[in-house]
Design a protein around this ligand. Structure first.
Ligand SMILES: [Zn+2]
Length: 171
């Protein structure tokens, strides 16, 4: 029996997909039909501006609209979802809290990790059978899918012998 931590697994998949695409400069960016305006703090506007080249590397188009407002015009295709505003808020607050890197590679990775974490299914969501199957197929394809970005395992297996022991069988 194999148990999968779906957040950890999805996070690794999102991370690897975006990383490969941004390495090859082949991120598919999807313009939003209706750009999203976000009221944020001035510190968040500054963070969005200073990380702007890295955001666009990853397929985001985010611009300041004033001292306390941002507009999101496009997002990576692989991340199209309803709560993009929430995702951007979470990523910006991560950047303010942890990210102060001057190194380009580090800065990009910080955004990448944060996007992957906040852009992946939450642990308490119920996946449909199709979604579960899709996740397992992606895990087979994606590199390093056995570990999430935080270094935690994404799955573990329990042998039949172990399960038998729980039920005091085969003694
Ligand atoms: Zn996470």
């Amino acid at each position: 029996m194999v148990l999968v931590d779906m957040h950890a697994a999805h996070e690794r998949i999102t991370y690897e997909l975006l990383k490969v695409q941004s390495d090859n400069q082949s991120v598919r960016s999807q313009p939003l039909l209706v750009p999203i305006r976000l009221n944020v703090s001035s510190a968040e506007v500054i963070a969005a501006e200073s990380y702007s080249p890295h955001f666009s590397d990853l397929g985001f188009d985010i611009e300041p609209l004033g001292q306390e407002q941002l507009v999101i015009r496009s997002v990576p295709e692989s991340l199209l979802r309803e709560d993009i505003d929430m995702l951007i808020r979470d990523v910006l607050s991560d950047l303010i809290e942890y990210g102060q890197s001057d190194r380009i590679e580090d800065a990009r990775n910080e955004i990448l990790s944060s996007v992957a974490c906040h852009g992946s299914v939450r642990a308490n969501r119920k996946l449909s059978l199709e979604e579960m199957n899709a996740l397992l197929r992606q895990m087979e394809e994606v590199e390093r899918s056995g570990q999430c970005n935080h270094g935690r395992p994404t799955w573990m297996s329990i042998s039949l012998a172990e399960i038998d022991k729980w039920f005091m069988r085969g003694r």
